[in-house]
Design a protein around this ligand. Structure first.
Ligand code: GDP
Length: 322
């Protein structure tokens, strides 16, 4: 990790998500590669065309599939476009972008909504394969709650890798947030037990639990996560609980496969899509929401603690295509 991660941009000093200028800047940065790729191909396909012919529509379908929006979603979008475009006789890039952006927003609005939570302390179990950006994402979430004035605690329950514990501890130090940890190889259930009791004693409002993300076998993963989950259910009955899956947007179809596996072994409440800024396949957020029926809650758009934004369907569609 580099030192510049330490820097907290001025816009992060107000709660993330409430700062609309900062939000748009980050969203556009996150979708820059995907947006550029789609729009450039779209422009090239439409140059010199007065009407939207069938060959162009088929090419556009391919462009959307390549941006990882999902095959079913791409087909549906092109079908909607076919109906609308014929009606409007539109072949300009601007009108097409506007139409597509509206259609994507509609599809996303119809996707499953995140669960709502009431008052009271919240425990977030963070799951995901090693290397997807789990530790960094936990730091970002913690930072955001800290800026909202919440008391935050982190639990290093990925006890397989010493590096994972160290990394989380380092973030804790940087952000001034306590990290409950034990040595490598310790029982993750014991770490979670300690963390819940420490959180209760210190009146913590937000507890984030890092978990091991080894995907050797599904059974292994399930056993590991259920062990942690059992301790949580027993020790924190009064807490609100959610399971957040971190996926790496740069891994494309692999991330979708991981989402399927994790949904089978744990009740995933939502997805944090990390490294959106490093890929031209950012359409994956649409595929996750629509085809896997998992609510996308957050987007990771950089390596710094404040590079996290909420997933908002209409704004996402607009930054993707508009
Ligand atoms: P973990 O093994 O899943 O805990 O992954 P880490 O949190 O250690 O992250 C792996 C790498 O991805 C690190 O170099 C992070 O700085 C980087 N990373 C994490 N999230 C993002 C993001 O949203 N954007 C970019 N560009 N890099 C990220």
């Amino acid at each position: 990790m580099e030192d510049e991660i330490l820097e907290i941009a001025p816009e992060a000093r107000v709660p993330a998500g409430d700062d609309s200028a900062g939000f748009w800047k980050k969203l556009k940065r996150g979708l820059f590669m995907t947006h550029t790729e789609i729009v450039e191909k779209m422009s090239a396909a439409l140059t010199g065309k007065a009407v939207l012919d069938e060959a162009t529509l088929e090419y556009l379908e391919e462009v959307l599939i390549q941006a990882d929006l999902g095959v079913d979603t791409a087909l549906e979008l092109i079908e909607r476009l076919r109906r609308n475009a014929l009606k409007e006789q539109a072949a300009s890039v601007e009108s097409l972008r506007k139409m597509l952006s509206d259609e994507v927003a509609d599809l996303l609005q119809a996707a499953p909504r995140p669960r709502t939570f009431g008052q009271g302390p919240m425990l977030t179990l963070v799951v995901g394969v090693n290397g997807v950006g789990k530790t960094t994402s936990i730091a970002k979430l913690a930072r955001r709650e800290q800026l909202r004035g919440e008391k935050v605690l982190l639990a290093a329950a990925d006890t397989f890798r010493a590096a994972a514990i160290e990394q989380l501890a380092l973030w804790g130090e940087r952000l001034g947030i306590e990290v409950v940890r034990q040595g490598q190889g310790a029982d993750p259930g014991a770490v979670v037990y300690d963390a819940i009791h420490a959180a209760r004693a210190r009146k913590v409002g937000q507890l984030f639990v890092d978990t091991a993300g080894r995907l050797h076998t599904k059974d292994h993963l399930m056993a590991e996560l259920s062990k942690v989950r059992r301790v949580i259910d027993r020790e924190a009955p009064e807490w609100q609980k959610r399971t957040l899956l971190v996926l790496d947007a740069t891994t494309g179809q692999n991330a979708l496969a991981q989402a399927k596996t994790f949904s089978q072994v744990a009740a995933v409440d939502g997805v944090l899509l990390a490294k959106l800024d490093g890929t031209a396949k950012g359409g994956m957020a649409v595929a996750i929401a629509r085809e896997l029926k998992l609510p996308v809650l957050y987007l990771g758009v950089g390596e710094k603690a404040d590079d996290l934004i909420d997933f908002r369907p209409r704004e996402f569609a607009s930054a993707l295509l508009g």
